[in-house]
Design a protein around this ligand. Structure first.
Ligand SMILES: C[S@@+](CC[C@H](N)C(=O)[O-])C[C@H]1O[C@@H](n2cnc3c(N)ncnc32)[C@H](O)[C@@H]1O
Length: 278
């Protein structure tokens, strides 16, 4: 097992005392898959600051046979292999022993669709165990008796649960208090407010004749804020009108702007939303 606590300890940032960091435990047959994920960007910084702990566990460490076999043929025939229940069950029991309220997530295309609301819910668990399937999948008894939930990251088939585990961890880690520099950083992001985030621009103000919206260059705070709200709603109407089906999640100003925009709304692009999850 590789324990990913800080790699480059920095002076002046001791582990906070008395505050338990959120913990992730990943079960995989390809632990090296996560090397780049753990050593870059926000995830790396959260590890260095002891805001999260991540254990990457090789499923084969929970096998007792000489060849460390983790898979077998499916009952009833058909091609492909299935991950056996015993190593996964043993691993989950060992990793969650003595811990309170762990979420045990089986990554699966047959699961409920992962979204921001699910990320928020998971961020309130002190421990999240992520089981990465491979081949034809995982013996169904893990979904029935061991996992607390099955999550899919979208309606497509990956070769393994590892990319999905990274997606889930990344989204949840952003929501752990103090991981993002500013406490409000996560609040205005897409989905948090019931709509998409506003479009962003940076220098130069004109590139190849493509200009940044004039309102953003005024330096007038209220005007910029209003433009952003309107632009966010416009983009949501165009790409994800399904998000606006429940306008009670919008505040008063957004609802007023939406009413104005609905008169002149461009047709939706036909983007297909991920199935909704609780
Ligand atoms: C090739 S897939 C198995 C697909 C399975 N036979 C089916 O059709 O539902 C192997 C593993 O990749 C992971 N996986 C594939 N697609 C996924 C998705 N959309 N979301 C989450 N995990 C996924 C799961 O862990 C799965 O057990």
């Amino acid at each position: 097992m590789r324990e990913h606590t800080p790699t480059g300890e920095r002076a002046g940032e001791p582990a906070p005392r008395g505050k338990q960091a959120m913990r992730f435990d990943v079960l995989t047959i390809f632990p090296a898959f996560f090397d780049g994920f753990l050593t870059h960007g926000i995830v790396r910084r959260a590890l260095e600051r002891h805001q999260v702990e991540i254990g990457i566990h090789n499923l084969r460490d929970w096998t007792y046979d000489r060849h460390q076999v983790v898979d077998d043929r499916p009952y009833g025939g058909e091609d492909g292999m299935v991950l056996k229940p015993e190593p996964i069950c043993r691993a989950v029991e060992a990793l969650t022993h003595g811990r309170s309220n762990p979420a045990v997530v089986l990554l699966s295309p047959q699961g409920r669709c992962f979204n921001q609301a699910v990320a928020q819910r998971l961020s309130r668990h002190p421990q999240v165990v992520l089981i990465c399937g491979r081949y034809e999948g995982v013996d169904e008894r893990i979904a029935e008796h061991v996992a607390t939930e099955e999550l899919s990251i979208g309606d497509y088939i990956l070769s393994g649960g590892e990319p999905a585990a990274m997606v889930v961890m990344d989204a949840v880690i952003r929501l752990v208090p103090e991981v993002l520099g500013s406490p409000t950083s996560a609040q205005h992001e897409s989905f948090q407010t019931g709509r998409l985030d506003y479009p962003v621009y940076t220098r130069p103000a004109t590139y190849r004749g493509w200009s940044v919206p004039a309102e953003l260059l005024t330096g007038h705070h209220a005007e910029v804020a209003l433009w952003r709200r309107r632009a966010a709603l416009q983009k949501t109407l165009r790409h994800r009108p399904d998000l606006l089906a429940n306008p009670t999640r919008l505040d008063e100003t957004d609802r007023r702007l939406l009413t104005e925009l609905l008169g002149s709304a461009a047709p939706a692009t036909g983007a297909v939303p991920c199935a909704t999850s609780p």
